[in-house]
Write a protein that binds this ligand. Structure first.
Ligand code: NAP
Length: 287
């Protein structure tokens, strides 16, 4: 039976560390602020934004919410981003995605000042992650890495399989595992022999977006299984990509949904915000 990796507990530890750093910065006269921008009335986005604001409060980070109406134009949002880029009390800018269809999210992300890009979505920050010289972490993959590390299982030399190749999860996840000397395979919708490849994984990360996608026959005995998926099952209940009940019996370690990767994504965002504040005050290496 797998050990459950407790994302809530580990994220609370990360936030406690961040809170200490925020306090230490405040002793130096440096305050830390995160601007959270939400456009429209997407209920899931509203939940995410509220959770991010709550996490800011726990960490002592000032959060500034900008809630814009559904019919906001791309130009209006670009103007707000520009204003926040120049606002000295704002160290990090987060535009909650998705934005309504009249707005090109690529243009919005590109407009965020790289040093305030706490999601690490801009081209420059993605490039830094690629070459391994970065301060701002890709939030979800970095959270997954913390969860893997919490098991005590070393990544070095292990077969690591990532299912999914999105820019926000799959690709940066693979890159972080590679930087940690994992032997990494990325799978996607065109992958042949997916089951066999996954069944070789010592560390399996599922970021597909399909409930129950990873079944027990795809999992190696004793593997570390990280479930990034956030889906609704037939009953409308939040669930991951992994058939938890079956895989739990075979894996060595497994993350639950909810209570696994989700809280870690937010904790990493907090960590990035304090990192951004340090970088903007000349307190970091790669600035
Ligand atoms: P995405 O952009 O839709 O990417 C999904 C990936 O899964 C794609 O690369 C796709 O392959 C692959 N895929 C789809 N069907 C497949 C199949 N049958 N076999 C193999 N691969 C398949 O999604 P995402 O943004 O990466 O998110 C993935 C999941 O994680 C979603 O459920 C999302 O809600 C969740 N998520 C959670 C958090 C969190 O904090 N917990 C954060 C971000 C995302 P192709 O590239 O070939 O289409």
């Amino acid at each position: 039976m797998a050990q459950i990796i407790d994302g809530k507990k580990i994220s609370a530890q990360v936030k406690a560390e961040v809170a200490k750093e925020v306090e230490a910065l405040s002793q130096k006269g440096i305050s830390v602020g995160l601007a959270v921008v939400i456009v429209g009335n997407n209920p899931a986005s509203r939940v995410y934004v509220n959770n991010k604001k709550k996490a800011c409060a726990v960490c002592g980070i000032q959060s500034y919410e900008y809630a814009l109406p559904e019919d906001t134009t791309e130009q209006q949002l670009l103007e707000l981003v520009d204003q926040l880029n120049h606002d000295p009390k704002v160290n990090g800018i987060l535009v909650q995605l998705p934005v309504p269809p009249q707005i090109d999210d690529h243009k919005i992300i590109a407009a965020i000042a790289p040093e305030k890009d706490v999601d690490a979505f801009t081209e420059g920050n993605v490039g830094k992650i690629m070459i391994g010289e970065y301060n701002l972490l890709p939030c979800t993959p970095a959270g997954c890495l913390d969860l893997i590390d919490s098991t005590g299982v070393s990544i070095e030399g292990k077969n690591c399989v990532v299912i999914g190749r999105s820019n926000i999860v799959g690709k940066p996840m693979a890159m972080l595992l590679l930087h940690r000397n994992g032997t990494v395979t990325i799978c996607h919708s065109r992958t042949r022999n997916l089951r066999e490849i996954c069944a070789q994984a010592d560390i399996l990360v599922a970021a597909v977006g399909k409930a129950g996608f990873v079944t027990a026959d795809m999992v190696k005995e004793g593997a570390v299984v990280i479930d990034v998926g956030m889906n609704r099952n037939a009953e409308g209940k939040l669930c991951g990509d992994v058939d938890f009940a079956a895989v739990e019996k075979k894996a060595g370690y497994i993350t639950p949904v909810p209570g696994g990767v989700g809280p870690m994504t937010i904790a990493t965002l907090m960590r990035n915000t304090v990192t951004a504040a340090k970088e903007q005050n000349g307190l970091l290496l790669y600035s």
